[in-house]
Design a protein around this ligand. Sequence first.
Ligand SMILES: Cc1cc2nc3c(=O)[nH]c(=O)nc-3n(C[C@H](O)[C@H](O)[C@H](O)COP(=O)(O)OP(=O)(O)OC[C@H]3O[C@@H](n4cnc5c(N)ncnc54)[C@H](O)[C@@H]3O)c2cc1C
Length: 330
Amino acid sequence: MFAAAVAAERRVPCVLLERKARLGSKVLMTANGRCNFTRDISPDEFIRDVGPCGSWVAKAVRECPPRQIIRGFKSLGMAVRRMADGRMFPADGRAATVVHAFGDLLRDEGVPVATNCAVAGIVPRHGGGFIVKTANFDLLAENVLVATGGVSYPKTGSVGDGQNFAKALGHRIVPYRPGLIGLETSDRRVTSLAGRRFEDGRAKVIDSSGRVLLDWRGEVDCESFGLSGAAVYNCQRFIEHAGLEDWTIEVWFGHERLSFRNLRPRPLKESIVTIGGVSLDDVDPRTMMSKKVKGLYFAGEVLDIDGPTGGYNLTLAFATARKAVASLSL
Ligand SMILES: Cc1cc2nc3c(=O)[nH]c(=O)nc-3n(C[C@H](O)[C@H](O)[C@H](O)COP(=O)(O)OP(=O)(O)OC[C@H]3O[C@@H](n4cnc5c(N)ncnc54)[C@H](O)[C@@H]3O)c2cc1C
C-alpha cells in the first residue's frame, strides 16, 4: 500500500495485487487494532534501536525517516497522537483509519488494485520484464516489487509466497524464526494472573555467566501460556538474534520478580514479526533491487529485516518500500 502510494506520487504506473479480499489485514491487527505506525525519533536513534539490520536499512530510513512518515500521515488528513515515549498512533486509536487513508489515496490517484488476487508466480522474460502469474490472468510488468510480508499470522495473507518466489529465482532464504513473541511457562505465579497487564514491568536477559545483556522497561503481561508484553517480546527477539542457548530472563511485574531459564517461545505463526526471509546479501540496500534478477525488488518483512516493538516494523516496511519505488523512478 505504501509503495503504491509512493508510486502514485511519483507518477510511476503500477498495479497492486493483493491475495486477501481487502487491503492491510495485518495492519488492522497492529497494536491491538490501534496501529503504532512509527516512532517520533531521529533516523540515527531508529537505526541504533533496530539492531542487527540497522546498517543495511540505514539509507532507506534516512530517506524516509520517522518524522517524514508522521508528516506524510498528517498530509493524508489523519490526526495523529504521540505517546510520551514517542510511539505514534492515529488519534482515534483505530488501525482501520490508516488502512482507509491509504485505500482512499489509491482510489483518488486511480491506482488499480486487484484484491482476491494471489500472485502464483513471477517469471522473468527474455529481454527484460516479468510475467506475473495469477489464477485468472497473467500480467506483463517491467518491474516487480515483492512486499508479501513475513510468515506469521498467515490468515492475514502473509504465507511466505514472496520468499518462495525469491527462492525459485535463486535467492537465499534465511531460515524463519519467531520475533517478538511470548515465552511459555506453566509457573502458577504467572498463569494464575492470566489476562493481567503490567505497564510498568521490566525484563532482563542474563547469560550463563550472570552478565545482563539486555534490560528493558515496558509492559509485561501474564497469559495462560506464560509471559508476553513489549518487555518480554523485546527480550525474546534479542535472545533469538544473539543465538543464546543458555539464558535466564528476569521479569518484574506487580510485586513479583521472577527468573526463568531457557523458556520456549510461542509458535512462529503467532509472532509479531518474522526473523529470516530473503537474504540481505542478495538485495542491494541502495535500491532494494535483487542482485540476482534485474527489475525485481523487495520491501518489508519478506526481507530478513526486523525491529523491536514500538512502530519499528511498519517503519521498516514503509522505508524499504519507498526506497524501492524511488530507485525505479529515477
Ligand atoms: C499482532 C501484530 C501486531 C503488530 N503491531 C505492530 C505495531 O503496532 N507497529 C509496527 O510497526 N508493527 C507491528 N506489527 C508488525 C507489522 O504489522 C509488520 O511488520 C508489517 O505489517 C509488515 O508489512 P509488510 O507490508 O512487509 O507485510 P504485510 O503487512 O504482511 O502485508 C503483506 C501483504 O501481501 C499480501 N500477499 C501475500 N502473498 C501474496 C500473494 N502471493 N499475492 C498477492 N498478495 C500477497 C498479504 O495478503 C498482505 O496483505 C505487528 C504484527 C502483528 C502480527
